[in-house]
Design a protein around this ligand. Structure first.
Ligand code: UDP
Length: 143
């Protein structure tokens, strides 16, 4: 399997509930490595740009308001099959439908406040990583 990188965001609800460590532990325990990470408070323009693909959806305004409601932790995770593996650990978008033991089942409140974002394809991962990080801010972890 190929080594990939994916973008992971711990959303304002997860940061606000002080569950950063518990959630990152799920990813690290599954073999993913943190190769970049930054806490930031997104601006409205950054959140709108990041979720531009959803701008015609009815939940867009609420989504942007939520994403700028507090700080987020944005990370790049690296490992074999990282994009799909990270999505599996996250669980379904709606925590009520997320499989037991997934991050969203265990830490998320609702479909709109759902603890974590993860890239949904390798191509989107590349674009999302470049949206938030310069190449020099992402570190090689293989020894
Ligand atoms: N979202 C929402 N209401 C919905 C569907 C999605 O608020 O009915 C939000 C939710 O935070 C979700 C994000 O929009 O994580 C992006 O939606 P997507 O369908 O891409 O889900 P994801 O890839 O995050 O599972």
């Amino acid at each position: 399997m190929a080594v990939e990188r994916t973008l992971s965001i711990l959303k304002p609800d997860a940061v606000g509930k002080n569950t950063i460590g518990k959630i990152l532990d799920r990813f690290e325990s599954a073999g993913l490595k943190i190769v970049a990470s930054r806490m930031t408070h997104l601006t409205q323009a950054e959140a709108e740009g990041f979720y531009a693909v959803h701008k015609e959806r009815p939940f867009f305004g609420e989504l942007v308001r939520f994403m700028i409601s507090g700080p987020v932790l944005i990370s790049v995770l690296e490992g074999e099959n990282a994009v799909a593996l990270h999505r599996d650990i996250m669980g379904a978008t709606d925590p009520k439908k997320a499989a037991p033991g997934t991050v969203r089942a265990d830490f998320a409140q609702s479909i709109d406040e759902n603890a974590v974002h993860g890239s949904d394809s390798l191509e989107n991962a590349k674009n999302e990583i470049a949206y938030f990080f310069r190449a020099t801010e992402v570190f090689a972890r293989t020894r």
